[in-house]
Design a protein around this ligand. Structure first.
Ligand code: NDP
Ligand code: 8X3
Length: 252
């Protein structure tokens, strides 16, 4: 059987770009996300175009019981996951700590940290059993720096950075590779989600410079995954050329 990649947050942005690139490389795919109609469209297109098998999992990574259920009830041959891309994540709001919305904080913490952990626990146990695998954790420049009003989102991505290191240590005896990919600004649905559907505010984030494309990040992930067995990329920080730090951007 061809190799299998499980991608969380595969319905848009970086996850969708990874689905395309891994399909092109002949991987079978497990695509996880909440918006089933988007997963369906992507799965249908990729299965047709690349003659691969695609399983869709409509699920919310925050729902621990359901994540355990949908993953553990996969057919045995689909549990031979070679690559897990922990990509599902989001930011909600951009406010100082005294004005933050605590529901938004819960959503970010539950998705970016706890959701990533729920998926990783199940899939890493399969990888331990098969003594191989590669986990890619999508962090952020926000996991390397803290910027004004980024408080809780930055904290979740710093947590991803810590978990990435912890996973690498714990899974070392089992021959499992662990890599963090930390993007700077990528134009996806990220800012639309952060600003709760305010598309004009979201658009302004990328005004006057060329942001990264989701495809740029997918290619970096593929670079990490396609290294020889003795090479692991621990960590990659990838920025638009016009962005020097989280908030230092050269705009026209
Ligand atoms: P998008 O909003 O385009 O994609 C986010 C994906 O995550 C969607 O597929 C969404 O699917 C999924 N998702 C969100 N919440 C959940 C949930 N509870 N359960 C399952 N899936 C969920 O943004 P990006 O592609 O940019 O974001 C991907 C990752 O990259 C995130 O972790 C983000 O933090 C990170 N990142 C993004 C940067 C950027 O500038 N864009 C920079 C640095 C890091 P659905 O809504 O269908 O569930
Ligand atoms: C998303 C990038 O702009 O919030 O992780 O630092 S940003």
């Amino acid at each position: 059987m061809a190799k299998i990649a499980l991608i969380t947050g595969a319905s848009s942005g970086i996850g969708e770009a990874c689905a395309h690139l891994f399909a092109q490389q002949g991987y079978h795919l497990i695509l996880l996300g909440r918006r089933e109609h988007l997963l369906e469209k992507i799965a249908h297109h990729l299965a047709d175009k690349y003659a691969i098998e695609v399983k869709k999992i409509q699920a919310d990574v925050r729902d621990k019981e359901n994540i355990n259920y949908v993953l553990e009830t996969l057919p045995a041959n689909w549990k031979n996951v070679d690559v897990l891309i922990n990509n599902a994540g989001l930011s909600q709001g951009l406010d100082p700590i005294d004005k933050g919305n605590t529901d938004d904080w819960d959503t970010m913490i539950d998705t970016n940290i706890k959701g990533l952990l729920y998926v990783s626990k199940v899939v890493s146990s399969w990888m331990v059993a098969q003594k191989k695998g590669h986990i890619i954790n999508i962090g952020s420049i926000a996991g390397k720096e803290v910027y004004a009003n980024g408080n809780v989102y930055c904290a979740t991505k710093h947590a991803v950075e810590a978990l990435n290191q912890g996973m690498r240590i714990d899974l070392l005896p089992h021959g499992i590779k662990v890599t963090a990919i930390h993007p700077g600004m990528v134009e996806t649905e990220f800012s639309i989600v952060r600003f709760k559907g305010d598309e004009s505010r979201a658009k302004k984030v990328y005004d006057g410079f060329e942001p990264l494309l989701a495809q740029d990040i997918a290619e970096a992930i593929w670079f990490a995954v396609s290294r020889p067995a003795h090479v692991n990329i621990n960590d990659m920080l990838i920025m638009p050329t016009a962005q020097a730090t989280a908030t230092t951007v050269k705009r026209d």
